[in-house]
Design a protein around this ligand. Structure first.
Ligand code: ASP
Length: 230
């Protein structure tokens, strides 16, 4: 489906549930008339084949494509090639806070792999009383540490936004990362303060767009004075 986040919104509005997956999710998307489309482009398919070929011996390449994917999963996994996640954190004039995340997930993952983006508490979390947080990057680690929820819980415990994000980032960094990867945390509090912080293997910093009612246009900002947590 071309716009899964629109389907997710209808799940939130029309159903008593939070998540639908697999066939049931497709059935619901068809019922609401969501647009279907092939999201796999030739460029991506060719990139994937080239990536694999580069990492396989000639003998291995001959056996590819394999009916069993599991033995190859580590070869096909590349968290750093996934740059497709979009996080939106917003606070409206009534003070309502929302968080939306859309992603194609970790590139070349094992079929069926579920990342952190749709998981409330890991890749996204919003609570009108405190703020909202979302993550991009290595979802396997934010799933384990409940990063977005952690930020909001630290706010609830009375930490400033900066300290709340720092504490969640420290939790992330102390977990065992079985791949080199990085995570960027985006956070917004009730007073419209915001922070973007990258942790892990961060060779470059994240840019983000900021737009408030005091600004005529959205501005592209650099993570800037961000601390990098190792
Ligand atoms: N967090 C996403 C995932 O793990 C990927 C990304 O942000 O690039 O699926």
């Amino acid at each position: 489906f071309v716009h899964p986040i629109s389907v997710a919104r209808r799940v939130m509005e029309d159903l008593p549930h939070v998540l639908l997956v697999g066939d049931g999710a497709a059935r619901f998307a068809d019922e609401i008339g969501a647009e279907r489309g092939d999201l796999m482009t030739d460029e991506v398919r060719e990139g994937w084949a080239a990536w694999l070929k580069d990492r396989m011996s000639a003998q291995q390449w001959e056996k590819w494509p394999a009916t069993q994917l599991a033995p190859w999963a580590r070869l096909t996994a590349d968290p750093e090639t996934a740059h497709g996640t979009v996080c939106v954190l917003a606070r409206d004039a009534d003070g309502d806070i929302a968080c939306g995340v859309s992603t194609s997930g970790w590139a070349w993952k094992y079929p069926g792999r579920l990342g952190d983006s749709p998981i409330i508490g890991a890749g996204n979390y919003a609570d009108n009383r405190y703020g909202a947080a979302a993550c991009t990057g290595f979802g396997e680690i934010t799933l384990r540490t409940g990063t977005a929820r952690s930020v909001i819980l630290y706010l609830k415990m009375g930490l400033s936004l900066q300290d709340a994000v720092r504490a969640a980032a420290e939790d992330l960094c102390q977990a065992r990362w079985f791949y080199k990867g990085r995570v960027t945390i985006y956070a917004l509090d009730r007073s419209e303060r915001h922070i973007v912080r990258t942790c892990g293997d961060a060779s470059d910093r994240s840019a983000y767009w900021l737009w408030s009612d005091r600004m005529a246009h959205p501005e592209l900002r650099d993570e800037g004075a961000a601390e990098i947590y190792d």
